[in-house]
Design a protein around this ligand. Structure first.
Ligand SMILES: [Fe+2]
Length: 237
């Protein structure tokens, strides 16, 4: 992705979030220059991979296949192993009409996906089999506390206010319903570690290649290593 495209998506995302009355924490709008002045007090932002995360999954066609995410809070795998500390995470996502997040599951992350407003969110589901393929078995999921059976590859549509609980190793693919508005999506989960925990059914890049045609407006969390002076001293390094 071009950095200019990411900057535009950040501007548009901030304006959509404001319109939906969902505001981001202060570090969301720090500039690269401000990041250079930050010290070890910010280690948690780096170690927990907090912040901007905009991807086209390496396909170069963001509105067809892409996702806007901002990680608001998160723990670390270390805390998860110790079973204490911050073992939960929260993200806010923006999903456009017919913009697909490709079929994937998470090895350890269990997540609730919540339609926070706007259009409808469509989610397609499969169990995974022992070889990490798509199983033909029916899928049992919980929709706001109600156990529901869906055939393999079946679809669930979440209207604003509705949510689904996705357990580990359950394949899911989602997009905004066509003909409806952009969807504001919440995610509440166990610890999230995008460097190790995702399994995409079709191999693809989780992070975009970036063509630096402009200065970043705000940093993606994958930019911290370039701009944050103390990166090498954080646990993440
Ligand atoms: Fe997921």
């Amino acid at each position: 992705m071009k950095r200019s495209e990411i900057n535009t998506l950040m501007r548009n995302g901030l304006s959509f979030l404001k319109q939906m009355h969902f505001l981001l924490p202060p570090f969301a709008t720090w500039t690269p220059e401000e990041w250079k002045t930050k010290g070890p007090e910010c280690f948690e932002i780096i170690d927990a991979q907090l912040g901007w995360d905009i991807t086209d999954f390496g396909k170069g066609d963001y509105y067809r296949c892409g996702l806007f995410m901002f990680t608001i809070r998160n723990g670390t795998m270390k805390e998860l192993e110790k079973k204490q500390g911050k073992v939960y995470a929260e993200k806010i996502l923006i999903v456009e009409e017919a913009q697909v997040t490709p079929t994937h599951f998470h090895y350890q992350k269990m997540e609730d996906i919540i339609n926070r407003g706007g259009g409808n969110l469509v989610i397609q589901l499969w169990n995974s089999d022992e070889e990490e393929g798509l199983s033909r078995d029916d899928v049992f999921i919980r929709l706001d506390g109600v156990k529901t059976r869906v055939p393999a590859g079946g679809i669930v549509t979440l209207k604003p206010g509705e949510s689904i609980c996705l357990p580990q190793k359950l394949y899911h693919k989602f997009w905004g319903e066509e003909g409806k508005e952009t969807v504001l999506v919440g995610e509440v989960s166990r610890v999230n570690d995008d460097f190790v925990d995702n399994r995409f059914f079709d191999p693809m890049g989780r992070f975009p290649e970036i063509d630096e045609d402009e200065v970043p407006l705000h940093l993606l969390y994958t930019d911290y290593k370039t701009y944050y002076t103390y990166y090498d001293r954080s646990a993440r390094s």
